[in-house]
Design a protein around this ligand. Sequence first.
Ligand code: EPZ
Length: 430
Amino acid sequence: MDRIRIRGGNKLNGVIDISGAKNAALPLMIIPLLTPETVTLHNVPRLVDAQRLQRILQNHGVDITTAGKKSGQAGAAGETLKISAKTIVDTVAPYELVSKMRASFWVLGPLIARMGEAKVSLPGGCAIGTRPVDMHIMAMEKLGATVEIDQGYVIAKAKNGLKGGHISFSKVTVGATHAALMAAVLAKGDTTIENAAMEPEITDVAECLVKMGAKIEGIGTRNLNITGVTSLHGAEHTVVADRIETGTYAMVVGMTGGDVLLRGARADTIENVILTMQRAGLTVDTTNEGLRIRRNGSGILPVDVTTDPYPGFPTDMQAQFMGLMTMAKGKSHIRETIFENRFMHVQELARLGADIHLHGDMAEVRGVTKLTGADVMATDLRASVSLVIAGLAAQGETNIHRVYHLDRGFEALEEKLQGVGADVTRIAGA
Ligand code: EPZ
C-alpha cells in the first residue's frame, strides 16, 4: 500500500489552487437522478469518492461522460461530468456499494421521488461514530412514503408519488437535509423543512436544483420552503470551492510559516475558521483571487474551539486545527459536539510528540516546542490530513500510511504541497 513521506521544516510559499468541494460534488452527482435530462457539472474534484459514486450511479442506469483537464495540467479545474438519468433501470442500492461510501445512501430521496420506490442498504457505522439514519427515514415518512427496514435495507415506497409535508429536525443534519430537499422538490404540494442544515454545500445543491426548475425559498437559512413541481429539467452548474480543503491548507501554512495564496477559495464560506486562524496569530487577507495566508516570525497562539453546525466551527476542520494547536505557545481546548468518536488522530499526533489529553468530548492540547517525525496512520480522511499538517512541522521524516483515506477527499495533495515548497513524496506499494 502507498505511503506519503514528509520531511518537515520547510516554510511554504506560492499558490495552491482550491478544488471543488467533495461534500457538494457528491450530492450534486446524485440529483440528476431526479430528471431524465442531462445535468452538466463542472469543477468536480478527482477523488476516489467521486469515482466510486459514479459506479454506484451507473448501477442505477445513469450514463456519465467525463471531460476536463487531467490532474496536474496547468489550469486544471476539476472534471466536467455530464450525467444523464434518462432511464433508471434499478432502484436497489446494494450493500456492497453503499457500505463503501456513506453519501451513496442519499440516492434514497431522489429514487422515491422519481420512481415511487427505493431499496437502499443501511450505510452502517463508521470510524467517526455510529451515524444513524433515523432522521432520513423520518423525512421520507413525512413526505408520505412508507418505510420499512428489512435485512439491513431501507425499503421505501410511495406508489402515488410523494406529498408535501412539514419536516422538523431535532438536530441539524447535513445528510437528512439533502435527502429531504431532494425528495420534496418533486412532491405534490408544499414542504417546510425546519432546523435545516445551512452548510454551503446544501446551498450549492439547492442552487443547482433551482437551475433544474425546483422551487425553493430560504436557501442558506435554517428554514426551507419548497413548492413541489411535476418535473425537473437539465442544467449546468459549477461545484463550489472546497471550504474544508481551504481551511486545511490555511492550517498547513499556519503550522510551517510562509505566505501562500489559496486561489479560488471562498472566504464567505469559512468566516468562522478565518476568525479562529486570526486569533491563532495567522494573517488572513481576502483578495480577488482567493485567500492569502501568512505567518512570518510570530508563534502560534492557543485558541479554544467547539465544533458546531455551520456557521459554527466545522467538525471536518477539528483534526486539522488540533494539528496546528500541537505547536501553539500554550494550552488550548478543542470540543467535538457533532460526532462522538472523532478523536482518532490524538494517539497518532502523540507519536509525533504532541501532548494531548482527552476528557470526554474535550481534548486538552498543550503546545510543544518540537515535534519529531514518525510512522503514523489514521482511520479517516480529516484525521489523516491532520498528520500531514503535523508532519510538515516535525523534525525528520514522517511516513503516513493508509493513504487511501487522503485520496478519498484531497485532490492532488502531494502535488499541491510540493508546488509551494513542501518535501512530500508518495511512495508506491511500500
Ligand atoms: C456530512 O455527513 C458530511 N459528509 C461529513 O463530512 C460532515 O462531517 C458532517 O456532514 C457534519 O458536517 C458529507 O457531506 C458526504 P450529519 P452526514 O447528518 O450528513 C446525527 C468528511 O470528512 N444524525 O450532519 O452523515 C449524526 O450521527 C465527512 O468529509 C442522526 O442522529 O452528517 C451526527 O451526530 C465526514 N440521525 C449529526 O447528526 C440521522 O438520521 C450530524 O450528522 C442523521 C444524522
